[in-house]
Ligand binder design. Structure first.
Ligand SMILES: *Cc1c(COP(=O)(O)O)cnc(C)c1O
Length: 241
């Protein structure tokens, strides 16, 4: 093993230990959890090392980066590619074509281009509704420290319906990012509630994607099915934004 292989193996093992402890505390099992390793900014060689360590799901937040890495690794990798980043309308078609699960659908304008991408790929593409978990003032305005993407919780079912109505996409659940410096447990409980609403309208929408390196325990406790973990496995990213 090279030093980098050892580093990734250790990060992965420690992350699964954390997941196992959180599952035990919540009366859940590891088999309920999909770990998406967030490989944004890291080279394809790291993704190859992760595949050798048994990783099956990777997350990227930029369209070009996902497409280039996916092409580099080729179809034989067997990886599932998750798009987790802010989605520009003019990149949505490419993402709908290349990502196996588009986790960050946060407005109706994305639905048609995503659908066209899915059609090019010849699949019905799974999508998650990204829900804003930022604290809000009583008047509904965003509170301080907000500004992350996501649809308002009260609009999540409407967006899910728009996704399903397209015919080329399928709503598979919800995704959220806890507010910076905020109460992750409360945010993920709110996300679980929105997820249950979406699921009661669309029973196949079972995914709740929540939790990153710093708050995966809170996400497991709140019932997350998917965790998106980068730096705890790959190390700190250069400040690329
Ligand atoms: C970068 C990113 C992650 C991973 O964050 P870490 O703190 O490195 O685990 C998860 N989700 C989203 C949406 C991200 O952009």
């Amino acid at each position: 093993m090279t030093a980098r292989e050892r580093e990734l193996a250790t990060g992965l093992a420690r992350t699964w230990e954390r997941i196992d402890r959180a599952c035990a505390a919540a009366g859940r099992t590891r088999s309920e959890i999909t770990l998406v390793v967030v490989t944004k900014t890291w080279p394809v060689d790291d993704i190859r090392r992760l595949v050798d360590l048994g990783v099956a799901d990777v997350g990227e937040n930029r369209a070009q980066e996902l497409i280039a890495k996916r092409a580099d690794l080729g179809p034989g990798s067997g990886l599932r590619w998750h798009f987790i980043g802010g989605l520009q309308t003019n990149k949505a078609r490419a993402v709908g074509e290349a990502a196996d699960l588009v986790q960050s659908v946060d407005r109706p304008e994305l639905v048609d281009p995503l659908g066209r991408g899915a059609q090019r790929a010849g699949v019905i593409r799974d999508c998650l509704v990204q829900v804003s978990l930022d604290p809000r003032e009583p008047d509904g305005d965003l509170g301080p420290g907000s500004g992350r993407s996501g649809v308002l919780p009260s609009h999540a079912v409407d967006l899910a319906r728009t996704i399903e109505t397209d015919g080329r996409l399928r709503v598979a659940g919800v995704m959220g990012v806890a507010p910076l410096g905020g109460d992750a447990a409360a945010a993920f409980a709110a996300l679980a509630g929105v997820g249950a609403e979406v699921r009661s309208a669309f029973p196949g929408a079972r995914i709740v994607s929540a939790g990153m390196s710093g708050d995966l325990e809170e996400a497991v406790a709140a019932g997350a099915t998917h965790l998106r973990v980068g730096s705890a496995i790959l190390g700190g990213r250069a400040a690329l934004g």
